[in-house]
Design a binder for this molecule. Structure first.
Ligand code: ATP
Ligand code: MG
Length: 245
């Protein structure tokens, strides 16, 4: 679909088109389209801009990634479709590994995602070699698989747009979990150590910049407090938009 630039919802519709293209190219799962719709709804509620709270979370995430011993960026179909270049830039800036890790397990889709990341400049993409597979937590079998040289060995993992169960399993393994999730009430948002409540399309660019010019590796970030501010920001936005004045 050709969306005219003058359309009042041009940005949102263009992102949606990107996801649909990702689906047609075999990168995004059908369920990924639903997850995107959930994200769109929450983006409306946060006002489709990066909030103060999200900026603070991005700063904390940058500090955590830069001080990690073995950081890993977990990539699913939606993430690979929405910001492939930024993933590569972030991996470079933080010396992180990139791993394809899917909730809806599919070897063919994994390979396609690997190929698209390499096209975006990734040198190495983990998660597609069955000989390196290891299991995590007590999740049902396909959802458990991670790469022994990637997430399995990581101390800090960035798992954007992730499912709650898997976030919890990673935490139980003692890993520090950072996520992007527009829904501050999702289980992932609630379980992670650092939740960036922002659209990954906007937030990933800011995270890359923050990692390129870090200010301090010490932040006193509290995720519970940040989530509570994120909910307040939504409430304030709704109050503003919903008032008659
Ligand atoms: P949970 O399992 O954590 O309770 P869920 O089952 O509602 O959440 P999942 O499909 O497991 O959702 O995870 C996807 C999450 O990613 C959702 O919370 C959704 O709002 C969020 N999301 C979708 N698209 C984006 C985006 N572009 N940027 C940031 N977050 C997004
Ligand atoms: Mg879920």
């Amino acid at each position: 679909m050709n969306i005219p630039k003058s359309h009042p919802r041009f940005v949102s519709l263009s992102i949606r088109e990107k996801i649909v293209r990702g689906y047609n190219d075999g990168l995004v799962a059908k369920e990924g389209l639903l997850a995107h719709g959930r994200g769109e709804a929450f983006d409306y509620l946060v006002g489709e801009k990066t909030s103060k709270t999200a900026k603070a979370a991005i700063k904390a995430a940058a500090a955590k990634l830069l001080s990690a011993q073995n950081p890993v960026i977990s990539v699913n179909g939606n993430v690979a479709t929405l910001c492939p270049k930024e993933i590569v830039q972030l991996a470079k800036a933080t010396q992180a590994k990139i791993e394809v890790n899917l909730f809806y397990y599919d070897e063919v889709r994994k390979k396609k995602i690997e190929k698209s990341l390499k096209k975006a400049g990734a040198k190495q993409v983990l998660g597609t070699n069955p000989r390196s597979y290891r299991k995590i937590g007590n999740l049902d079998s396909p959802r458990r698989i991670v790469d022994k040289d990637g997430i399995f060995a990581a101390d800090v993992v960035l798992v954007p747009l992730e499912d709650g169960d898997r976030t919890e399993a990673l935490q139980k393994m003692g890993k520090t979990v950072i996520t992007f999730d527009l829904n501050p009430l999702s289980r992932t948002a609630q379980k992670a150590d650092i939740t960036i409540v922002d659209n990954i399309i906007r937030g990933m660019k800011l995270l890359v910049s923050a990692c390129k010019k870090p200010k301090s590796t010490k932040t006193n970030f509290n995720n519970k407090r940040a989530l509570s501010s994120a909910v307040s920001e939504i409430k304030n936005n709704l109050r503003r938009r919903g008032s008659l004045a």
